[in-house]
Design a protein around this ligand. Sequence first.
Ligand SMILES: [Mg+2]
Ligand SMILES: [Zn+2]
Length: 194
Amino acid sequence: MKLIILDRDGVINHDSPDFIKSPAEWIPVPGSLEAIARLNQAGYRVVIASNQSGIARELFDMATLNAIHHKMHSLAQQVGADIDAVFFCPHAAADNCDCRKPKPGMFSEIAQRYKLSLKGVPVVGDSLRDLQAGYVSGCVPYLVLTGKGEKTQATGGLPPGTQVFADLAAMVAHLLKTAAAATPTTTPAPAINQ
Ligand SMILES: [Mg+2]
Ligand SMILES: [Zn+2]
C-alpha cells in the first residue's frame, strides 16, 4: 500500500493568518484536488495531518471543523479525488500535547492506523513543523511554496533532503514521474494455462 501524508492549510487550500474558521473560508489551491485524484489513480491513499489549534482557541468548534471537512471531501469528490482520512490536533501550543506538529504524535497514529512503517512515505507541508514531524517519523519531506511555503523556504533550516516545489500539483507530477521512471519495464509474464 502506498501512502502520502499532506498538511491541509497552505497545501490543499489557501491559508489565512486569521485561521480557516468556516466552510466558506476553505478555498482549494488551484490544481490541488486534481493532484490528489492523480495520486489516487496511481494507487496512493491520501491522508491529512493538520494542526487545528483554532479549536483550542475557540475560534471554531468541532461541528464547524466537520462542516469544513465535509466541503473539502465533496469538492474532492467532484474531481474524482478521495482523501482517506483526516488526522488533526485540536490543541494549542501551551497544551503540550503529543500530536501538535512538530511533534510526531499524529504520524505515529497514522502508522498504527494503516499498520505500516512511515519510512519513505512522502510528507508535504508548507511549514517547517510539518516537515520536522514527518522527518523524525521516517518520511521524505517535500516543501510547497503555497501558503507559508515561501516564508518557510526563506527562513531555512529544512530537514536534510527536503525537496521544494511550487505547489502540490507540481510535487505530485514530479513524484509520479519519478515513480514511473523507477518502475522496471518488464515483458508481460506468459499466461499460465492450467
Ligand atoms: Mg500549513
Ligand atoms: Zn494535539
